[in-house]
Design a protein. Structure first.
Length: 303
């Protein structure tokens, strides 16, 4: 008789982590989740982990670590040093066992297979793909960059703009996995010439700057897949959708600030930031000054 709990566990995936020493309890990871992509930042004592997850999993080491690991009952990779920045890719529902023998600092990225299939189908009209499990650690600067960019979302607790940003990162991650970690090589299509539709999107952004804009919404307006829209928009404007929206929000905020009629909280809401704190951090990052410092520089005071 089949164990119902075991069947459910296999269908949904599982994760079991055990510390190697009872005196070293596990630490809850810091995490964040968006549509199609999640991230966890682990700083853990020596431990052993067995995973079989429904997402494609990418492990990015942030410090040197001694590890042992095995994927899907394959060869046992015995204890050796894994360098900071090294990457290991585990396909969805691949059983992998990992043991780290000293304090570890690493990121886990989880990508929904549906996101990968969608990008694959958009790029090459293919809906059957297979990700290859890593047979050794490798250095992959782009995966590192994506992982650290998502980690910054946890560290800085960025505003709702992050959904536009992280959707773009998920598309980039999917395309990169298809290019370098899959069993087929797609023929990437060039974006169609669609200046009129992209101009319409730009106008929409200007008219709805106070709204929570998403990549899915903007790509639907352009009648493109999200992957092709992001590429086409950057060719059209010179920057990514996320950067375009952020720059426009900051420029409009500067104009409202210098008019001297609204408090910071009202300006933040009017240009689409979650709250005044998020607005101030983003403003300083782009302008190099806080809103208050800009006003002082121009001989003005907050109302």
């Amino acid at each position: 008789m089949v164990d119902a709990n075991a069947s459910k566990r296999a269908a949904q995936g599982y994760r079991d982590i055990y510390p190697l020493h009872t005196a070293s309890p596990l630490i809850l990871p810091r995490s964040a989740a968006w549509n199609g992509i999640n991230i966890e930042h682990h700083i853990q004592p020596p431990a052993e982990c067995k995973l079989c997850l429904p997402q494609h999993t990418i492990c990015i080491l942030l410090r040197e670590c001694r590890t042992e690991w095995r994927v899907d009952g394959g060869p046992h990779h015995h204890s050796h040093h894994v360098g900071s920045g090294d990457v290991i890719v585990y396909p969805a529902f691949a059983e992998h066992w990992v043991r780290w023998l000293n304090n570890a600092d690493f990121l886990l990225l989880f990508l929904d297979p549906a996101s990968l299939v969608q990008v694959a189908d958009e790029l090459a009209a293919r809906n059957v793909i297979e990700i290859i499990a890593s047979n050794k650690e490798k250095n992959d600067p782009l995966l590192q960059q994506i992982g650290l960019a998502l980690k910054a979302e946890i560290d800085e607790r960025l505003d709702p703009l992050s959904s536009l940003y992280t959707e773009s990162l998920a598309n980039t991650l999917s395309a990169h996995l298809l290019r370098h970690y899959s069993v087929w090589r797609p023929m990437f299509r060039a974006p169609a010439n669609s200046h009129a539709r992209l101009s319409q999107v730009v106008d929409y952004i200007h008219d709805n700057l106070d709204q929570h804009l998403t990549l899915a919404e903007l790509s639907l307006l352009a009648d493109m897949s999200s992957y092709h829209f992001a590429r086409s928009f950057k060719q059209f404007t010179g920057v990514t959708p996320h950067q375009y929206v952020l720059n426009l929000r900051i420029e409009r905020a500067k104009s409202l600030l210098l008019q001297g009629k609204l408090p910071l909280s009202a300006i933040a809401s009017k240009v689409g930031f979650f709250d005044q704190s998020h607005f101030t951090r983003a403003f300083k990052r782009i302008v190099g000054l806080t809103p208050q410092a800009l006003l002082r520089q121009n001989g003005k005071n907050l109302p």
